[in-house]
Design a protein around this ligand. Sequence first.
Ligand SMILES: Cc1ncc(COP(=O)(O)O)c(C=O)c1O
Length: 321
Amino acid sequence: MLDFAVNVASPAPPAWLVRRLAERLGSLGRYPSSADELAARTAVAARHGRSPDEVLLLAGGAEGFALLPKLCTHAALIHPSFTEPDVALRGAGVRVTVVMLRRPYALSHAVVPDDADLVVLGNPTNPTSVLHPAKSVLALRRPGRIVVVDEAFADAVPGEVESLSRLSLPDVVVLRSLTKTWSLAGLRCGYALGAPEVLQRMATGRPHWPLGTLQLEAIAACCEPEAVAESSDRAFRICDERAALATELEELGISVNLPAAGPFLLIDVADGESMRKGLREKGIAVRRCDTFPGLGPDQLRIAVRDARSVRRLVTAIKELL
Ligand SMILES: Cc1ncc(COP(=O)(O)O)c(C=O)c1O
């Protein structure tokens, strides 16, 4: 199907990255070395202006969610957002309070319980595409609380504005993913940035060699300056493509949640369920949103794609309308 549902940039990673990973295949007979681990952490640290002990390498951002129960007893989760943190925290028996934002899903409306010792939010947020100002995120800090910002899509924002990744704070953890920009969903690569003491608590009890040699190589490669420059160029392209997509959709009378900052748009469409199924019959996949807390069947998420793909989508929507 023509894929507007999944936010991974392309079906495969760029050729230079595939080549680089292939070069490491011959070393798989050995366990990952501490030199590889340190090289990856050092590359991440340099990319974000941090020190290597402020970096915890992860098997995808999702592993970061699985480690959060070690930090808290009562978690407040800002929604609508990605549901993986709920699954990980509730599964570990942590008390969870859902803090629901109303349209246009701005953080200024958030009422977080005072006794929450962990707050999790996405920035920019999946699926609303809202980018919260860094100062609103920082306003969630309280004594005894850790604020976790899932920045899985922050590299799609030009200049990574509003990212907290470069800020060394004792109570803020940033989770980053290499899945989307680098089309590495199958390799599982991400990392956390935070105070060494907090990261150590998260890492307690992890097995030895939690990441393989290829994951370490990919993390190092994607944090080198050439890769960061490539991702930055891509972020500007996404902006243009997102603006074009939003205009096309609005011209069809579809309401788009704006301003948007992620590589996807949240839209409202009458009888969204029929629209989604109709598009599927035409070979086009869009993401249903009724599985996100606070959203319903008339809301759909559409990935930002190139002009040719958008033309096909718009034609199909027109026919269905
Ligand atoms: C908002 C958000 N955060 C985190 C993740 C997890 O990404 P990863 O593949 O790095 O585990 C996803 C994946 O869909 C996501 O959408």
